[in-house]
Design a protein around this ligand. Structure first.
Ligand SMILES: [Fe+2]
Ligand SMILES: [Fe+2]
Length: 336
């Protein structure tokens, strides 16, 4: 990052007073996630100290999204059935969702639609992780949920500027990243990067937040940011939620190369778009997440638990060739 940008980000972040904090249990959980010696028992033990979080995790574990036929009654059991990785990342995603749930209906920024985009991106990233053989699906999910967190910060702390940004997106049909550059001189990825570091998120999630629009800038460990880059395209293409206006970002072909895809980018993207229908079906099963984001998750027994859509499909299907069609302007739009 050049010095000018660094100064700009410093100026902007210094003006953020009362940085949004994470609940203690989650800060502790991030510490556990970061430690390779952490056992499943440690994580289950920590989650169990927080009744509300425990209830949420069990509700999600029993939801149609994971589709287990028998009831998961304890966090320990969830760890056994869903896996350690999924449960710890679930804890993180849920607590962030909850921390920022509900809506600020008074601005043009529709927080509900923002979360829908983020959840869709998590669902898409988890799905693409299976297709592209990225091993840690829970991590992909959490990265998708968190990837645009910088936009939330902008909407909350820079209401006027963010209003201007959204107006540019709407009136001049700009891609949101370009509008952010014009108004603030930096983008939501930089603000998100800063916040992710403040929160001490695991390095991989920090990188996914910081580089999801330009994974090619990373010399190594570009897989997760690349996965989110592609997932973001798929959700926008499927028009799920609002990722900041209809304009698509530029495709970074490095995101394809990170998974050993060397075909022509347009064709590769078309293949990824072919998973659109599958994503829509997955989203229908992800209702338990969207209701947390709506902040209306409080009511008991709303039937989430009896999902039973069959076991989670983690198989490595071969990509379905040329499933969809692509918009011409996607690839080849000049990069900044
Ligand atoms: Fe983004
Ligand atoms: Fe996004």
């Amino acid at each position: 990052m050049d010095q000018q940008r660094q100064e700009r980000i410093k100026k902007i972040t210094q003006s953020i007073i009362g940085l949004p904090t994470l609940p203690t249990v989650i800060t502790q959980m991030i510490g556990l996630i970061d430690n390779p010696k952490t056992s499943a028992k440690d994580v289950a033990g920590l989650i169990s100290t927080d009744q509300a979080l425990t209830a949420k995790i069990l509700k999600l574990a029993n939801s149609a999204f994971y589709g287990f036929p028998r009831e998961i009654a304890t966090v320990n059991h969830a760890v056994v059935v869903l896996g350690f990785d999924t449960v710890k990342n679930l804890g993180l995603s849920v607590s962030v969702l909850e921390r920022f749930a509900g809506g600020s209906g008074d601005t043009e920024f529709d927080r509900q639609k923002f979360w829908e985009h983020s959840i869709a991106c998590g669902v898409a990233a988890r799905m693409l992780a299976g297709k592209l053989r990225y091993r840690v699906q829970g991590e992909a999910f959490a990265a998708g949920i968190l990837h645009d967190i910088g936009k939330l910060i902008l909407s909350q702390y820079f209401t006027d500027e963010f209003g201007e940004i959204l107006a540019l997106v709407r009136d001049e049909d700009l891609y949101i990243g370009k509008a952010e550059e014009q108004v603030l001189g930096l983008t939501h990825t930089e603000i998100g990067h800063w916040l992710a570091e403040k929160w001490n998120l695991p390095d991989k999630l920090v990188a996914a937040i910081a580089y999801h629009h330009a994974p090619g800038r990373l010399e190594r460990d570009a897989e997760l940011p690349s996965l989110i880059h592609l997932a973001d395209f798929l959700c926008r293409r499927e028009k799920i939620g609002d990722g900041g206006g209809p304009r698509l970002p530029n495709l970074d072909p490095a995101a394809l190369r990170a998974f050993g895809i060397h075909e022509e980018p347009k064709a590769a993207l078309r293949r990824i778009f072919g998973y659109g229908e599958e994503l829509q079906a997955e989203m229908e099963r992800a209702d338990a997440f969207t209701s947390i984001a709506r902040g209306d998750d409080g009511e008991a027994g709303d039937g989430e638990a009896d999902g039973g859509d069959g076991p989670d499909d983690d198989s490595d299907d071969d990509p379905n060739p040329l499933g969809g069609s692509t918009e011409g302007e996607l690839v080849g739009e000049s990069r900044r």
